[in-house]
Design a binder for this molecule. Structure first.
Ligand SMILES: Cc1ncc(COP(=O)(O)O)c(C=O)c1O
Length: 450
């Protein structure tokens, strides 16, 4: 079988493309870098010290007014961002393909999520970012029901597809709303396009360690004091100096000429890999991120989760299996021989499992805007019972149904499950084997808190 072929995150590829200054730090005496918030070092919330200077420098490099480093991933900083934008009780407009951390923010901040539907590709099963006219329609419909505090979008998606952020930012702003971009998989395009806040996960597209992340801010719609207050609520009082160093060094690498050359080399190898796959008739899908390879397993008649399990047994480790696709993250220094090994493994997969192309995936039966029948925090903590999906119609969900990855909830606590949704979820549980149970927790009769 040979050595495993790791084609997953972090993008530093098990250290091969780790930011050089961080590699140097890790070669030092073990633990010598594990420092408290000494006056010379400081921390994300302190005005003085190396971290404060570094945050300012990163903000300048990425074209933002302010930057905060995070040591609890993009997950932690998305929560900070939403809590800073929205006071308790307010409504926030969130995309259906949101990362679950934004839902957690709604629980923590007592916010009311209003989930908006997105374009869905029936042959690949992938959600697409909203075009500006779609967002305009969504915002108008949501404002007709009451005021909103903020709107969020995901760009790029996990598979690397980018939204038209230049078009989306003015749509949000002309409705008087701040735009939060979940740019966990990106490199700061949101701020360049005029978003008010953007969150980056530095292990996903840059060469940082897992859990190192950035929150970028600009403009008059965000209050830096509100961000710092939320950061205080949600952060450790001993932020890891190693992860803070990872934030600084990942951006230094990203914006350096050496970093640009490294990315260019990786992209050229990725392009060769795609060409080889095409020449062999292996179906892959376009991505705006040259380092993400989305294989359209559905076109070969194979569920992406089955393909993933088959490849895993043969030492090929992908990042993101979904019902009709399997996404590989090549990283900033793709593994040696990937151009040869991956097509060979995919040909063997095709030979072993292929059949007629899978039928089109069913569009999720979701309205343009979905509100909750019960506040998310109370539904999630309510007394509950477990019922079979086919018996769930009419009940209120007491837990999310959330295949992970990608971490996108198909059902949110507090949502009332109608008949079409219950039937769709049953069919989804077959498409996500092992990821969705055939039962769901629903709020028990009176819905009282546990
Ligand atoms: C779109 C999106 N946002 C946020 C996150 C969370 O990022 P992190 O793992 O850095 O907490 C993820 C993780 O997969 C994600 O896919």
């Amino acid at each position: 079988m040979g050595s495993p072929l790791h084609l997953h995150l972090p993008a530093h590829g098990r250290g091969r493309a780790l930011a050089p200054a961080l590699s140097a730090l890790l070669r030092g005496r073990p633990g010598s870098w594990d420092l408290p918030e000494l006056p010379a070092v400081g921390g994300p919330l302190l005005a003085e010290g190396a971290v404060a200077e570094s945050q300012q420098q990163v903000a300048r490099l990425l074209g933002a007014e302010r930057c905060w480093f995070g040591v609890n991933g993009a997950s932690g900083l998305l929560q900070v961002a939403l809590l800073a934008l929205a006071p308790p009780g307010s409504r926030v407009l969130l995309p259906r393909n949101l990362h679950r951390s934004l839902l957690h923010a709604c629980v923590l901040g007592q916010l009311e999520p209003v989930l908006f539907d997105l374009p869905f590709e029936a042959d690949t099963g992938l959600w697409q970012p909203p075009p500006p006219e779609h967002l305009q329609r969504v915002i108008a419909a949501a404002l007709a029901q009451g005021p909103l505090a903020a709107v969020a979008v995901v760009s790029p998606t996990y598979q690397g597809r980018k939204a038209d952020l230049m078009g989306l930012a003015p749509v949000a702003h002309s409705a008087g709303l701040p735009l939060l971009v979940d740019g966990a998989h990106g490199l700061g395009d949101g701020i360049a396009a005029g978003a008010d806040l953007e969150v980056l996960s530095l292990q996903k597209s840059a060469g940082g360690l897992a859990q190192s992340a950035l929150l970028l801010a600009q403009g008059p719609r965000v209050d830096p004091a509100a961000i710092e207050r939320a950061l205080l609520w949600l952060s450790s009082s001993s932020p890891s100096a190693l992860l803070l160093a990872s934030c600084e060094t990942a951006i230094a690498q990203l914006t350096s000429s050496g970093g640009a050359r490294q990315r260019q080399r990786a992209s050229s190898r990725a392009a060769r890999l795609r060409q080889r796959c095409s020449a062999l008739g292996l179906p892959w899908l376009a991505s705006d991120d040259p380092l993400r390879l989305i294989v359209h397993t559905g076109a070969m008649g194979i569920n992406g989760l089955e393909a993933d399990a088959w490849l895993l047994e043969r030492g090929v480790i992908a990042e993101l299996p979904e019902p009709a696709t399997l996404t590989f993250c090549l990283g900033l220094a793709p593994p040696a021989g990937v151009e040869r090994r991956l097509p060979r493994a995919l040909l063997a997969l095709r030979q072993a499992l292929a059949g007629p192309a899978l039928p089109l995936l069913e569009r999720p039966p979701l309205p343009l805007l979905a509100g909750l029948a019960q506040p998310i925090g109370s539904a999630w903590r309510a007394r509950h019972e477990r019922v079979r999906l086919e018996a769930a119609a009419g009940r209120i969900a007491a837990e999310p149904l959330c295949p992970y990855p990608p971490g996108i909830p198909l059902l949110v606590p507090g949502e009332r499950i109608d008949r079409e949704r219950a039937a769709w979820l049953q069919r989804q549980s077959r498409l996500w084997p092992g990821q969705i149970a055939d039962t769901v927790r629903v709020v028990a009769g009176d819905g009282a808190d546990a």
